[in-house]
Write a protein that binds this ligand. Structure first.
Ligand code: SF4
Ligand code: SF4
Length: 136
């Protein structure tokens, strides 16, 4: 079983199509939606975990691309601007996954993109604008 975390961008013409339904029903993937911003008539974006056997994930990704959905790996969604970060720790308790945490060796706040689910709570709470959304 493989888990792949990706960002899906839906063109306006596909936003209302049951693409996730077919990904689950026809391609056998377990889809965990971590974040979705989809408005009818506009581009939509989703951060999802796709769970399935390697070949199923691969076929599912091909299906998405054939439907005009762009698929990008998660990892560069958010940027931790270290020059602005004062390690004030305001973001640490509100981060639901521990992606922002204090490193016990240098006592600085570090960002682990592999744990981030792009909930954006840190962007709202950071007083120094040290967390930036890099894809829009
Ligand atoms: S809230 Fe901002 S400045 Fe404070 S530790 Fe988090 S990222 Fe750094
Ligand atoms: S976006 Fe959410 S999960 Fe990611 S680092 Fe910020 S608070 Fe944590």
């Amino acid at each position: 079983m493989k888990k792949t975390r990706v960002v899906l961008s839906f063109p306006p013409s596909r936003v209302e199509d049951p693409i996730i339904y077919h990904l689950i029903k026809d391609h056998g993937l377990v889809v965990n939606i971590l974040r979705a911003t989809i408005d009818p008539g506009k581009q939509g974006r989703m951060v999802v975990d796709l769970n399935g056997e390697e070949n199923e994930v691969s076929v599912g990704l091909n299906y998405l691309e054939s439907m005009g959905v762009s698929v990008e790996p998660l990892g560069e969604e958010l940027k931790h601007v270290e020059e602005r970060c004062t390690s004030c720790t305001a973001c640490v308790p509100i981060c639901p996954t521990g992606a922002l945490d204090v490193n016990r060796q240098d006592w600085l706040v570090h960002y682990d993109s592999a744990k981030c689910i792009v909930c954006l709570s840190c962007i709202e709470v950071c007083p120094y604008k040290a967390m930036e959304e890099s894809l829009r």
